[in-house]
Design a protein around this ligand. Structure first.
Ligand SMILES: [Zn+2]
Ligand SMILES: [Zn+2]
Length: 381
């Protein structure tokens, strides 16, 4: 999975940010992190792409709503539509140009967008873990303990990589050096990672044995995850910052908890609704009956009217799945299946023949009105 920070975090905004605020934040940050303003800083290129992607999503009300609901899990429109050989950053460039327009003139952007290699950002990778739930568990807000293998900062050296270090003379311990440069966007002040200490701010004298100087170690973490009621199979819960630790104190990746919801033998899920197939025999269908149906909580009694047809649906309002992050619940739709005898005795045959002799067109008049298939179709809307 792609390593991705929260889009709001990227733009330094709250989830309630207005369209204008999103636009302003992007404009400001895009200038600051523009690769042209940060020559030689490959991190800037990554940050700029990250910013633009965040803006691309949050500036579109539809994409933003999808992101608010599903996080990075939602397949973004257009992601799969770029043909082979298409520039994957074409969209980013469009957005940037919409902002800065003619100012760009013959900018070095083409080369920047075209020539970007797949450099890994210093941010930590995302971690993934699966969790399985029954349908009934998915209907309730649950707390689950999960174990996940995580690369984290070495606790012996605090991620420095050495047990004995001294302050870096080049950057004075700051880990970064400032650069001032003139460009078509005005004077740009940028900071770059210090090459002497690799951005640590300290030079290692004795390498840490615990992490062999890497500053990071792998461990199994146990954490408790709250799973919202109504979650669906295949959805993921994102825990920001709970993924792998980043290099040299860079931010951690996110943890994605992928939810698998087992199919229930009696209750079939259809979005927020549940469907149960209720079998009654042909006598019950003809004479009417009371029947028990399974629900998420236990059972419910359903009244079968005399003359009930196969495919008839009884709707139990509000007995379906809770709506994810919304109020209310879907419905439980009970679809009637009528059993016809397959093995009958001589006596039963006689009774049925007498019944048939006493029946006429009247016996079956207005049998449900619409057809069996129409009734079934209406179950699935
Ligand atoms: Zn260490
Ligand atoms: Zn340094």
């Amino acid at each position: 999975m792609a390593s991705k920070r929260d889009y709001y975090e990227v733009l330094g905004l709250s989830r309630e940010a207005s369209e204008t605020e999103i636009k302003k934040a992007y404009r400001r940050l895009a200038r600051e992190h523009h690769p042209d303003a940060n020559p030689g800083d490959h991190g800037a290129e990554e940050r700029f792409k990250e910013l633009t992607e965040a803006y691309e999503v949050l500036s579109s009300p539809e994409a933003r709503r999808a992101y608010d609901t599903y996080g990075h899990q939602v397949p973004r429109a257009g992601a799969g539509t770029a043909g082979p050989g298409g520039d994957p950053f074409g969209g980013f460039q469009d957005i940037f140009e919409a902002f800065f327009g003619d100012q760009m003139g013959e900018s070095p952007f083409g080369s920047f967008f075209g020539g970007s290699g797949g450099r890994a950002p210093a941010r930590g990778g995302d971690a993934e873990v699966d969790v399985e739930l029954t349908l009934k568990e998915a209907a309730l807000e649950t707390e689950r303990e999960i174990k996940v293998q995580i690369i984290k900062e070495c606790s012996v050296c605090d991620g420095v990589g050495g047990t004995q270090t001294r302050q870096c003379g080049t950057c004075g311990g700051a880990g970064a050096v400032r650069m001032v440069r003139n460009s078509f966007l005005g004077q740009m002040v940028s900071t770059q990672a210090c090459a002497t200490c690799g951005g640590r701010g300290r030079v290692i004298e004795v390498v840490c044995e615990n992490c062999r100087g890497g500053g990071r170690v792998s461990e199994v973490q146990t954490r408790s995850i709250r799973i919202p009621a109504g979650i669906e199979d295949g959805m993921s819960i994102r825990v920001p910052g709970a993924g792998h630790a980043g290099a040299r104190g860079a931010s951690s990746g996110d943890l994605y908890v992928r939810v698998k919801v087992e199919e229930d033998l009696e209750l079939m899920r259809d979005g927020d609704d549940l469907i149960h197939r209720m079998r009654i025999n042909f006598v019950e269908a003809a004479l009417g009956a009371q029947a028990e149906v399974p629900t998420l909580e236990g059972t419910s009694t359903v009244r079968v009217e005399p003359g009930t047809q196969p495919g008839t649906t009884v709707v139990l309002r509000g007995e379906g799945m809770p709506r994810l992050r919304r109020r209310g619940r879907g419905d439980l739709k009970v679809v009637v299946d009528v059993m016809v005898p397959t093995r009958i005795t001589g006596e039963q045959r006689e009774l049925l023949e007498r019944f048939e002799a006493a029946s006429g067109e009247e016996t079956y008049k207005n049998g449900g009105g619409e057809s069996f298939f129409d009734r079934l179709r209406s179950v699935f809307r």
